[in-house]
Design a protein around this ligand. Structure first.
Ligand code: NAD
Ligand code: DAU
Length: 352
């Protein structure tokens, strides 16, 4: 792997992955970040990276659906490896307006696969980053394994399921060297504040209402973003071609417990907030349609084959994350400009 194309590298996980690869691994090649810069993509999330690693990081603003732009990138940078993060990623947005999800997640993945197939003699690996949401919802017990049948609930998860199937079919039909990872909920620095954890952190800091869907009893399996990055890199290096690997945090939490923990930590970290606990800001609001009850990943296959396991506990990861949001007000201000406030207003109205 000499020239890795990272798609969606200006998003939450993609930007963390690029930093991880350059800062913390022995990868010596180049990273080419192709990102369309949707509302969720921010070049600020990689500020200083080009200067810190001269000649090893290149950004190209491009839509993965644009075949000629992407072909140009493949040729110019002699791409031999793809790590595909680019996607529309927010479930609530997919419920309100699914179009972009079909376009970027399904058509975009298809276009990239076609491009990869056209230069498959040079291709070392196409790694596809996917989600546990393709499996649908668990009941109160059990875990998702790699052989759990797909049963997606939202337009987002259905579009990711479609892209997973396409990637797998290019291995079976054309012998394209692929790996797929399905990961649980990530949290950490640079996450766009429409998702549960960063939204709750910022609202708690600003003493705004904390909208918890339904009764707050839905369960997610939380993983610190750097652990996801190390898992993806482990799979890219050591995963068997054609295989799928589950990634998870072994960290099941009810939403309400996550929110209360954020409240208590922000109370501790922000002096002068004593007296009125931030837990009082919790507001139970209208539930998400088709809201999956519970996700939990069995990542035993990855652990057995590569030895990977998460390094952070939820306690250490959430503390680091809150500190990061407290210390990075400029980044927050920047990503909340643009259409962010319109989205929040719309959300507020829908949930009443
Ligand atoms: P994100 O929304 O923060 O970032 C997505 C990035 O993709 C943005 O920079 C955006 O500009 C870019 N993008 C979108 N459409 C594009 C297009 N057509 N062409 C080029 N770039 C485009 O998402 P994220 O949370 O970082 O998720 C990254 C990937 O990981 C996604 O594939 C997602 O399904 C998957 N995933 C996310 C989580 C999670 O908890 N966030 C968990 C498991 C898997
Ligand atoms: O499981 C992996 C998935 O995790 C990824 O594939 C998705 O890209 C990512 O967005 C995430 O999906 P979720 O829907 O689980 O994440 P979100 O942060 O939107 O919501 C987490 C839980 O919190 C979910 O049960 C809904 C609830 N929630 C969310 C928001 C934004 C609230 O109660 N209030 C909120 O305001």
């Amino acid at each position: 792997m000499k020239n890795i194309l990272v798609t969606g590298g200006c998003g939450f996980i993609g930007s963390n992955f690029i930093r991880y690869l350059l800062d913390e691994t022995n990868f010596e090649g180049r990273i080419i970040n192709a990102d369309k810069l949707t509302y969720a993509g921010n070049v600020e999330s990689l500020a200083g990276i080009g200067e810190a690693f001269p000649g090893r990081y290149h950004f190209v603003k491009a839509d993965i659906c644009d075949l000629s732009a992407m072909a140009g990138i493949f040729e110019t940078y002699e791409i031999d490896t793809i790590c595909h993060f680019a996607a529309e990623s927010h479930v609530d947005r997919s419920i309100m307006k699914p179009d972009a999800f079909i376009y970027s997640n399904i058509v975009g993945t298809f276009r990239l696969l076609e491009l990869a197939r056209s230069c498959s003699n040079k291709l070392v690996l196409f790694h596809h980053v996917s989600t546990d949401e393709v499996f649908g919802s668990l009941g109160e017990t059990g875990l998702f394994t790699e052989s759990t049948p797909y049963n997606p609930s939202s337009p987002y998860s259905a579009s990711k399921a479609a892209s997973d199937h396409l990637v797998r079919s290019y291995f079976t039909t054309y012998g394209l060297p692929v790996t797929i990872s399905n990961c649980s909920n990530n949290y950490g620095p640079y996450q766009f504040p429409e998702k549960l954890i960063p939204l709750m952190i910022l609202n708690a800091i600003e003493k705004k209402p904390l909208p918890v869907y339904g009764e707050g009893t839905n369960i997610r399996d939380w993983l610190y973003v750097k652990d996801h990055c190390s898992a993806v890199w482990t799979i890219m290096k050591n995963g068997r071609r054609g295989e799928t690997y589950n990634i998870g945090g072994e960290c099941e939490k009810r939403n309400i417990d996550v929110v209360r923990m954020v409240c208590d930590l922000v109370d501790e970290m922000l002096p002068g907030s004593k007296g009125k606990p931030r837990r009082d800001l919790v507001a139970f609001v209208k539930d998400r349609p088709g809201h999956d009850l519970r996700y939990a990943m069995d990542f035993g296959k990855l652990k057995r084959e590569t030895g990977w396991a998460p390094a952070e506990t939820f306690e250490t990861g959430i503390e680091k994350t809150i500190k990061w949001y407290l210390e990075n007000g400029m980044w927050v201000k920047r990503v909340r400009s643009g259409e962010y406030m319109n989205w929040m207003k719309q959300q507020y109205e829908n949930r009443q």
